[in-house]
Design a protein around this ligand. Structure first.
Ligand code: DO4
Ligand code: MG
Length: 271
């Protein structure tokens, strides 16, 4: 476990007595503690020389949907059957929130993300991801990819779990940013590039500020009437949707960048 330092190196937090990322997220003084650790002479390694793992430890991973106007429009076009539901949920008090992944099934940076072998229309969904501790506090931010099968989702809303939850359908990383707040995060941009045959085949971006709901609102609905002993991650919905004639193929590389965080990169494989 490491702490990314400005000069492109990572300090070994294990050597500084930190047991886990979760223990830091649970610590009320986490920002000060990290700042103190950054000032210690801990062993360091160049960022370029490490293999990053997903920062998800025991956290359940959930996702919000239809939080951007772009997502609402795309879903309404995708399915006459479900158009009314998407229209209503965009305006409703209660957001769409669904279970996305067990922690042990999440792909980390550089690992494969999956497209289903029984789906014909597959997309990545680049999403700001909120990190919540066991006290239901929003304590950090990372990047998530809510891989989705649009043909399955569009056929019938009741197929949503199959469109969203399967092997390698979720990637999270490359790390967690702490010590910032919603106002600052809303100034960030989120973008995705899909690289095919070494060329950028699709790219798009949007502002995090286009998320319709506040982060506190999303976290509060997530944590309503349930506890997360290990904390949770909440993907906040996509605002970048490729044109309808686009589908991922095996071998594509998905690069999701958020200006205040970094880049999450994964290669696509059929699962
Ligand atoms: O119900 C459809 C899924 C919505 C979603 O995942 C999103 O807007 O990102
Ligand atoms: Mg999504």
């Amino acid at each position: 476990m490491g702490l990314a330092l400005d000069e492109g190196s990572i300090a070994n937090l294990t050597a500084g007595g930190v047991e886990s990322i979760t223990s830091l997220l649970e610590d009320a003084n986490r920002v000060q503690r990290l700042s103190d650790l950054a000032g210690q002479d801990l062993p360091k390694v160049a960022l370029a020389d490490v293999t990053l793992l997903t920062p998800v430890e025991g956290q359940e991973v959930w996702a919000a949907g239809v939080t951007y106007l772009r997502s609402k429009k795309a879903r309404m076009e995708e399915s006459d059957f479900s158009a009314n539901a998407y229209d209503l949920v965009y305006e409703a008090d209660r957001p769409e929130i669904f279970f996305k992944s067990l922690p042990e099934k999440v792909s980390g940076p550089g690992e494969a993300v999956g497209i289903r072998s029984d789906a014909t229309w597959n997309v990545p969904e680049p999403e700001l991801t909120l990190v919540v501790n066991s006290a239901n506090q929003l304590v950090g931010y990372t990047i998530g990819n809510d891989m989705s099968s649009r043909d399955i989702e569009g056929e019938n809303l009741l197929y949503l779990p199959q469109a969203k939850v399967y092997d390698r359908s979720c990637a999270v990383g490359p790390w967690i940013v702490v010590g910032t707040n919603e106002a600052e995060v809303r100034e960030w941009e989120i973008g995705v590039e899909i690289v095919r045959d070494d060329k950028v085949f699709f790219s798009g971006e949007t502002s995090i500020n286009n998320i319709k709901r506040t982060f506190d609102e999303l976290v509060s609905y997530l944590c309503q009437s349930q506890i997360f002993p290990q904390g949770a991650m909440l993907l906040t919905g996509t605002g970048v949707v490729p044109d309808d004639d686009f589908t991922l193929v095996a071998g594509d590389v998905v690069r999701i960048a958020i200006s205040g965080i970094g880049t999450l990169k994964n290669k696509v494989a059929v699962v």
